[in-house]
Ligand binder design. Structure first.
Ligand code: CUA
Length: 332
């Protein structure tokens, strides 16, 4: 009875000590939430077992110690106990099976695929990280991520084995050398802030310094960062406009080679004659293009042909729209 009470007290103390100390770093991804849940369940189980074992060993040492006058008496002769053996086989077996089940479910949860995930290529080498955003055509030594959007990391290495690890995200993945050895890792950041990606695989002299910042920001800040990176990468407004057009989905309705899609082709769009509803004609200049993109509804009222979705341009900054117009102008 006393030993049982001690077990409960010791387990509770160990568990609440863990919760109080909370040795884990901040929880900054949905994957971290899932992993911590399982970690805490395991810890509770381990705290319980540890308490059971230490308390009963201590109790046995005291209760069954040799008392004066008993030195020469042999202990009881035990031949075995089938019931006990079955119990101490079945309970651990059931425990392991239950944890395997939750472990497998947890693993599936941390690998859940979001079709809207943003792809980032992670290139590791001795001793640095480079992050490439194929959708934006930019490279960076800082991993910028928009909050609450899954990122699909595609990891490769240029030399030896490295390992991508951000403790706050909990998940970890090796980056392997070799053309076709691309490893994937999915992370959904849920907390804005600055973190550090570190290399978790001994990879040579400066392994310990193979760290780079990971910056989780709001969608607006992320878009602004992308814009500044793209602007820095190319000074040519036509080139930038092409990129914005591809990114914002303009090209699913407008061709650039004269072929007919849902919307008018951009080839030769600038400077051509537009026929209004009353039959009169005007020249498609910059002002016309700008108004058609930004305010299609009012253009329609004025008699211009226009079936652009309203608010479509809201996803673009004014500068981006100007770049797109430069791109349209270049398509003669
Ligand atoms: Cu790269 Cu350690």
């Amino acid at each position: 009875f006393i030993a049982g009470g001690l077990v409960i007290v010791a387990t509770a103390l160990a568990y609440f000590a863990l919760l109080g100390i909370n040795p884990l770093p901040a929880q900054a991804s949905t994957q971290a939430q899932a992993i911590d849940r399982l970690f805490n369940a395991h810890f509770f189980m381990i705290a319980l077992l540890f308490s059971l074992i230490t308390v009963f060993i201590g109790y046995s040492l005291f209760a069954f110690r040799s008392k004066p006058g008993m030195e020469d008496q042999p202990g009881a002769n035990m031949k075995g106990n089938n019931t006990l053996e079955i119990i101490w086989t079945l309970i651990p077996l059931a425990t392991v099976l239950v944890f395997s089940f939750f472990g497998a479910r947890n693993l599936a949860e941390t690998r859940m695929v979001d079709s809207q995930a943003m792809e980032v290529k992670v290139i590791a080498r001795q001793w640095d990280w480079v992050f490439e955003y194929p959708a934006y055509g930019i490279k960076s030594n800082e991993l910028y991520l928009p909050v609450n959007r899954q990122v699909l990391l595609k990891l490769t290495s240029l030399d030896v084995i490295h390992s991508f690890w951000v403790p706050e995200f909990r998940v970890k993945q090796d980056a392997l050398p070799g053309e076709n050895l691309v490893k994937e890792l999915r992370i959904t950041p849920i907390k804005e802030g600055r973190y550090t990606v570190m290399c978790a695989e001994l990879c040579g002299g400066a392994h310990a310094n193979m760290n780079r910042p990971v910056v989780v920001v709001s969608k607006q800040e992320f878009d602004a960062w992308v814009s500044s990176k793209v602007n820095a990468a190319t000074a040519d407004p036509v080139e930038r406009g092409k990129r914005w057009a591809e990114l914002s989905g303009c090209l699913s309705c407008h061709s650039v080679d004269g072929s007919k899609l849902v919307g008018p082709t951009w080839k030769g769009a600038y400077g051509h004659e537009v026929e209004l509803a009353d039959g009169s004609k005007v020249l498609a200049d910059e002002t016309y293009l700008y108004a058609s993109i930004v305010d299609p509804a009012s253009q329609l009222v004025k008699g211009y042909p226009n079936s652009m979705p309203a608010n479509y341009a809201d996803q673009l900054s004014d500068e981006q729209i100007r770049d797109i117009i430069e791109y349209i102008k270049s398509l003669k």
